[in-house]
Design a protein around this ligand. Structure first.
Ligand SMILES: [Zn+2]
Ligand SMILES: [Zn+2]
Length: 254
């Protein structure tokens, strides 16, 4: 399985508009972070996009070779995770695009993009179809089994996804007891680590390291970082050997 980190940044992206901190002004490309998203490609060539944020267009232009996307897994309805759904349009040339998310996310998309769901739609709109999925109820996309995981984003229940050896969870603050069984034998854990200081609805670096140790995946990769995480080069060096900060365009094989 091949995973491309399309975006490794928090909701504002890094650099953050107007900020002149050492991270926002860094010349290391790894300190430049688009909004969090990943492309998963199975050994059979099935391609699943996880989240479709406002940087989707730029991410596809930079990191993709324009092949069909077989499904889009949405974690939750916040703009930094769904703001690019309209830009899926070019990929709809391959056929209707299936979007999966929990009930709240699916109804939020329907409400925000009513022009996509009218009976006689304007020509050229993205042809998208929505399907609500629930935690612990696995479903299949072209023979690939996807298991939704219940993740708590502060008090908001959202979804993470388990696909074979991979677990992808973003915007996690805590994980209910019921979910740990879904992380057994995970080889590649991708999970959020916002910054050093605590935050109400996101794990900070310490929280993320504790979660990584408890899951015990072979390799753990952090995503959804803010400029307050510090410089990529410095923070990376201080992490345990099997824990990594991601950067935009990073390719992970598992
Ligand atoms: Zn987010
Ligand atoms: Zn900054």
């Amino acid at each position: 399985m091949k995973i491309t980190i399309l975006g490794s940044g928090t909701s504002t992206g890094v650099p953050q508009i107007g900020c002149k901190c050492e991270v926002c002004t860094s010349t290391d490309p790894r300190d430049c972070r688009m909004r969090a998203s990943a492309m998963v490609e199975t050994d059979e060539g099935v391609r699943l996009l996880i989240d479709c944020g406002p940087d989707f267009r730029e991410q596809m232009l930079r990191f993709d070779d324009f092949r069909p996307i077989d499904g889009v897994l949405l974690t939750h309805e916040h703009y930094d995770h769904v703001g690019g759904v309209d830009d899926l349009r070019p990929y709809c040339a391959y056929g209707d695009m299936m979007l999966y998310g929990d009930e709240l996310t699916v109804s939020a998309i329907r409400m925000r993009m009513p022009y996509c769901f009218r009976e006689n739609p304007y020509p050229g709109i993205p042809r998208i179809a929505l399907e609500a999925v629930s935690p612990h109820r696995a479903f299949e996309i072209k023979g690939v089994r996807v298991m939704p995981i219940q993740v708590m984003h502060g008090r908001l229940p959202i979804l993470g996804y388990r696909i074979g050896p991979l677990a992808y969870m973003t915007d996690l603050k805590s994980l209910p007891d019921s979910e740990w069984c879904l992380l057994e034998e995970v080889e590649c854990l991708i999970v959020n680590a916002l910054r050093m200081q605590a935050h109400d609805s996101h794990q900070n670096l310490d929280d993320a390291l504790k979660l990584a140790a408890r899951v015990g995946a072979k390799e753990t990769y952090f995503i959804h970082m803010s400029h307050q995480i510090g410089l990529h080069a410095e923070v990376s060096c201080a992490l345990p050997p099997h824990v990594h900060l991601t950067y935009d365009g990073m390719v992970i094989m598992c």
